[in-house]
Ligand binder design. Structure first.
Ligand code: FMN
Length: 208
């Protein structure tokens, strides 16, 4: 089966890419607009970009009418956001915050998510998240430039909050304790807590 992506509409391209570029971690992004109104929404177009400077990326797609999602709007306005990671016990609340609330809604309140003050940036973090990254925007790009469909947002990580319960006695992070959820295609999710996890050492030489 060959898919000619030059002929696919947005919905079909999304289906094939989002169902197969998986599992994707979920960034639960809190932001604030200039007036101080708090917003919280999940985004799986999310990745680590570099450890130096420590940089991550989120890519909110535009709304169907071409407008920016509240998250992208707020981050462009204030230059700050927090990415909280989503452990399995938080998955229902995370999903609830994906609802298309109005601009005046605070999704922490709407979904009963407990907020905690951040250390450096103004937006609060998710109190019960295993890890939260406080970020300042290092790059905000509308893509493609001529007729944008999404925002590519790079954030420099300024500080992180880590629940010490996920750190093992040897200092490593146990994926079972971390218990993150990941997004796959359609309504499928995965978990870092899985009996199918395995370790694999990197090659140290090349034996012919
Ligand atoms: C697990 C999950 C992942 C999501 N990932 C994305 C994403 O990567 N990009 C996007 O534009 N919307 C994504 N959404 C949908 C947004 O969360 C949704 O549009 C939300 O209402 C945006 O809120 P905002 O307008 O307050 O920013 C995702 C939803 C869920 C449940």
């Amino acid at each position: 089966m060959l898919l000619d992506f030059t002929t696919l509409d947005r919905r079909t391209a999304y289906f094939w890419m989002a169902s197969t570029i998986a599992p994707r971690p979920v960034a639960w992004v809190s932001s604030q607009n200039a007036a101080g109104l708090v917003n919280l929404a999940p985004f799986s177009f999310f990745q680590m970009i570099a450890p130096q400077p420590p940089t991550l990326m989120i890519c909110p797609q535009h709304n169907a009418d071409g407008s920016l999602k509240h998250t992208a709007h707020n981050i462009r306005e204030t230059g700050e956001f927090v990415v909280s990671l989503v452990s399995f016990p938080l998955v229902q609340q995370m999903n609830a915050t994906s609802f298309a609330f109005g601009a005046d809604a605070n999704e922490f309140d709407a979904a009963g998510v407990v907020a905690a003050a951040s250390h450096v940036v103004r937006p609060p973090r998710v109190a019960h998240a295993p890890v939260s990254f406080e970020c300042r925007v290092s790059s905000f790009t509308l893509h493609p430039a001529e007729s944008s469909t999404c925002a590519i947002i790079l954030g420099e990580v300024i500080a992180a909050h880590v629940d010490e319960a996920i750190v093992g006695t040897d200092g490593t992070i146990d994926p079972h304790k971390l218990d993150l959820v990941s997004r796959m295609g359609a309504d499928w999710y995965g978990r870092t807590r899985s009996t199918d996890n395995f370790t694999l050492a990197r090659p140290t030489g090349w034996a012919q």
